[in-house]
Design a protein around this ligand. Structure first.
Ligand code: DER
Length: 241
């Protein structure tokens, strides 16, 4: 099975948990895309009714609109029944890294107020510890003096061999240098943190990041997932918190 087929299998499994009348957080990324597509399909078939979708990005907002999924927002629905979203990393305690798609703030806002947060992944996302993939752990920051904030973030995790990089759009010719900074739906920048070693106490790391004035939010979703659906070549496993 291809990675995308595994993502679709996990997504469809998660959508089985959506009941008519629910207010549903709609995630962002290539895995969540399948879940949003599936919800649209079931609504169209009349198998799901009276769903209200709360999108976690403008990208998902547009996808849901095109599928005819009725949409609203947190101002009108401060509590959700369920949210379905992907993740970049999952550790054995169901802590997540999210945000490589750049939507971490709105995702964390939405997924922080839902009764059930169902995470859908293919097995490649499983890690021994957060940051263990050696890939980016995103932090959304204000553009003002971004170098100052990026350096403070890097220094905070010097013990873990951290390198902080401003996320930039690959410029038209695909070259990274000289590209424009990536700008989130909220008009902010993203600094990606790369670790060589385990950062240890995640709660302490989260608090230290959020104490830095200039930081908006980070991509560690700690103690938030209630259910994780992992699709692998040997089948689908469901882990509940
Ligand atoms: O950027 C995000 O937060 C995405 O949800 C990410 O965590 C998963 O994206 P993927 O499903 O495309 O791998």
């Amino acid at each position: 099975l291809t990675q995308d087929e595994l993502k679709r299998i996990a997504a469809y499994k998660a959508v089985e948990m959506v009941e008519s009348g629910m207010v549903v957080g709609l995630g962002t990324g290539s895995t969540a895309k399948h879940a949003v597509d599936r919800i649209g399909e079931l609504l169209h078939q009349g198998k799901l009714k009276n769903i209200i979708g709360i999108p976690t990005s403008t990208k998902t907002h547009e996808q849901a609109l095109s599928l005819g999924i009725p949409l609203s927002d947190l101002d009108s629905h401060p509590v959700l029944d369920i949210a379905i979203d992907g993740a970049d990393e999952i550790d054995p305690n169901l802590n997540l890294v999210k945000g490589r798609g750049g939507s971490l703030l709105r995702e964390k806002m939405v997924e922080g107020v839902c009764k059930k947060f169902v995470v859908i992944v293919d097995e490649s996302k499983l890690v021994k510890y957060i940051g263990g993939s050696g890939l980016a752990m995103p932090v959304e920051i204000v553009p003002f003096c971004w170098k100052f904030t990026a350096k403070r973030l890097q220094d905070l995790f010097e013990y873990a061999g951290c390198v902080a990089k401003l996320r930039i759009f690959a410029s038209s010719n695909g070259m990274e240098n000289g590209g424009l900074p990536f700008v989130t739906d909220n008009g902010n920048y993203v600094v990606d943190l790369y670790f060589k070693r385990d950062i240890g106490d995640l709660k302490a790391a989260s608090d230290a990041i959020l104490r830095l004035a200039g930081v908006v939010e980070h991509g560690m979703f700690l103690d938030m997932a209630t259910t994780v659906i992992v699709a692998g070549d040997l089948g689908v496993t469901i882990k509940n918190k």
